[in-house]
Ligand binder design. Structure first.
Ligand code: ZN
Length: 163
């Protein structure tokens, strides 16, 4: 299991022989790779619940006021505008959106779960529908502050693809 025992022993938790957090490259940082293949629509794993009140690195949003801190698995999913996995933070599941080959990185769309991102970033996923600049569902891009906003919002110093 990727999760420590105190998070439970659900048989659907990701197994260390199937998934790993690995260093992808300098630009992207760490990501989650799978060592096995999955069919489109297949349930891939269940995410352990560890609720925290604040938005941080390696969290995915549970509700408006709670976030799931997962530095063992889902907190390291990479972003793509053409994701290969879908994350359901009510069922706490990860499902394959397409056939996934062994040794593939797992990519979700951060806007699937997040109202706000820990940090916005430029995307280079290469998808035809790439949004270019990734934000949460409810926030405006830092680059284009709302017209009624009088405060300047600084660009993040480090732009990467992991939460
Ligand atoms: Zn993109």
């Amino acid at each position: 299991m990727l999760y420590p025992p105190e998070l439970g022993d659900d048989p659907l938790f990701p197994r260390a022989e199937d998934f790993s957090i690995v260093f992808k490259d300098k630009e992207t940082g760490m990501g989650v790779i799978t060592y096995r293949s999955f069919k489109k629509g297949e349930l891939m794993a269940r995410i352990a619940r560890q609720s925290v009140p604040d938005l941080r690195q390696h969290t995915l949003q549970l509700t408006k006021t709670s976030h799931n801190f997962d530095p063992y698995f889902s907190g390291y999913f990479l972003h793509s505008c053409a994701p290969n996995v879908s994350v359901d933070m009510i069922k706490m599941t990860v499902t394959a959106l397409q056939d996934i080959e062994a040794d593939s990185y797992l990519y979700m769309d951060y806007a699937e779960t997040e109202d706000y991102l820990f940090k916005q970033f430029p995307c280079s996923c290469g998808a035809e529908n790439c949004r270019g600049w990734i934000t949460g569902r409810l926030e405006l891009p830092y680059q284009k502050p709302a017209s009624d906003s009088k405060t300047d919002i600084a660009l993040p110093k480090h732009a990467g693809c992991s939460l």
